[in-house]
Each structure stands twice: as C-alpha cells, then as structure tokens.
Design a protein around this ligand. Sequence first.
Ligand code: TYM
Length: 327
Amino acid sequence: MARVFSGIQPSGDLHLGNYLGALRRFAREAQSPESLFCIVDLHAITVPQDPAELRARTIQMANLYLASGLDPDVVTLFVQSHVPAHSELAWLMECTASFGELSRMTQFKEKSDRRDFVSAGLFTYPALMAADILLYDTAQVPVGDDQRQHLELTRDVAMRFNSRYGDTFVVPEAVIPKAAARVMDLQNPTSKMSKSTESPQGTVGMLDEPSTIEKKFKRAVTDNDAEVRYDVEAKPGVSNLLSILAAATDRTIEDVASGYTQYGPLKADAAAAVVEVLGPVQERYAELAADPAQTEKILASGAEKARAAAAVVLDRARDAVGLLPRS
Ligand code: TYM
C-alpha cells in the first residue's frame, strides 16, 4: 500500500464537502498502516482563532476522523503542532518556493481579499502544506478539487529541491474523487461549500440534524427551466444535487440523472441519501465526544508514531541542504 497523507484544518464546522470530498474516502480507500491523517492546527492559525474554540475544535476534528471510520490502531492520527518537524521543514520549503509561486495561489488571493490584516503565515501557508506532505515520503494525497493547486506547488517544490540538492523527497500525487470533488453551496451553487461560509442555509454540517438537512435541500437553489440534466455551467444547482446524490449513493452522475424529471423528488432523494450516510457517523461521533480523554490518548500515540517517521525525512533534508548534523 502506498504512503498516504492528508489533513484538515480545525477552523470551522466540517460540512458535507469535507465528508464526501475527503473524510469518507480516508477510511474507505486508505485504511492502512501506511496512512497518516493530520489535524492541521498550525494552518488554522494563519487567521485569528479563539484559543478555547481552537482547542475544542481540534478534539472535535479528531472525533470526526474517527467517527468517519478511521481505526487508530491501523492509521496514524495526529495533531500537526505535536510534531515540530512540520514547522522546521516548512522553513526549508519557504526557502525553496518562490515569492511569485506563492503569490499565484488562488486560495491566498481569495482568503486575503477584503481582510484588514493578512498574516505572513497566510501567504506562506502552501510551504507548510508542502512540508506536511513531503515529511512522510507521501505518494498519495486524497483531497478535494480545491487543493489541486497546492498539490501542484508541492510537487514543483519537491522536484526543485531534488534537483538542487539531490534526490531527497518523494514527489506526491493528488487523488481527487470523480463525484463530489467540489460540493457546492446549496444557496449559491457557483461557490464551493465552505467552513467559513456566510451562507449557513447553503452549508450542510456533518453534525446537522436530519430535519435541518431536509430543510436545506428543500430550499436548495435550482433554476427555472425544470429539466434535470448535469450541466455545471448552465445548471449549477441541479448539477450539484446530482453530484451529491451520486456520491452519497455510490452511483455515477449519468445513472442518477436518468432517474429524474422533476426537481422536487431529486431534492428529497438527495436529502434522504445524505441523512443516511451521515447518520452512522453522527452516532459514532456522539459516543466519542463523551470521552475526550480517550481521544487525547489516541492523538498522543499518533504523534509519537508521526514524530518517529518525520525525524528520518527531516534529517535527510537537513543533511541535503548542508545544515550541520546536530550530534
Ligand atoms: P480544508 O480543511 O479546507 O478541507 C479539508 C478537506 O476537505 C476538502 N473539501 C472539499 N471537498 C469537496 N467539496 C468541498 N466543498 C470541499 N471543501 C473542502 C478539501 O479539499 C480537503 O481535502 N489546505 C488544506 C489542509 C491541509 C492539507 C495538508 C491537506 C494542510 N496540509 C496536507 C492535504 C495534505 C485545507 O485547507 O483543507
């Protein structure tokens, strides 16, 4: 099995996009001792976070990983800041990525737009992300479509480092799903569903009650021409519903689309399918949330495993650059 790494920021409530685009796939496609899953708290603080909330969300995020089916006796689940090698390798990555490359990141442009204060960390964020991935000789990175550009940068930086200093890093690949790679906001289907949303009615939370989920789908924005067809440009709302229903029921979009002529039943079936996939996750989550000490124990043992793996690659990179050995 290939080495797999992926991460999620504890920066807001996880939603259906995070689940279908990332979390659900981790347990299904990468339940292996070669897989590492991380709660990237250092990425979250590139924008201000309330400290108490950040602590609570970090545990919540761990519980959502576990509730989604990851077995901590098989995979390594840990918190980024518990493995200082991430910050250390990030500096080497900042010295390998160019200012121009970082300036072209669309996520930076979007997140820095109309903010009074833009931290330097928000700008160098992709260098830390490259460090996360390269630190474990990662071959595959399961992510949603929005991370494609960051993965391209990670590959470019790895190749540049290797050509400057000799073969040091494995060059990783993004693994992006066919359906639900980009789940869109139900109220504003030309924008992706997002944690930092201003549209709570358009965002389906992983922990939303069934009745709330049904209401949100019922009110989902579609269009006026009453034809069920997958066409992202002309019919973004309907296409989003088809894509969600396809992902939630493990069918192809074409297969799903052929079964509907009206929006009402499509919305109702999409809602029912989402309630069905999230139900068992929510049940497991409630059990895990009742015992935070157990989750902390899991994270401590994950960090220990991650620190051991990271030390090997960090030493290799330090040595390649010409930093004097520590002992
Ligand atoms: P984050 O925390 O924003 O999102 C976590 C995962 O969810 C996916 N995702 C979506 N998939 C489908 N539709 C959506 N609307 C949607 N929104 C989010 C994301 O693609 C991601 O897979 N930079 C990363 C965190 C990170 C990381 C890493 C990921 C830091 N280091 C190393 C992989 C490897 C981020 O902000 O994800």
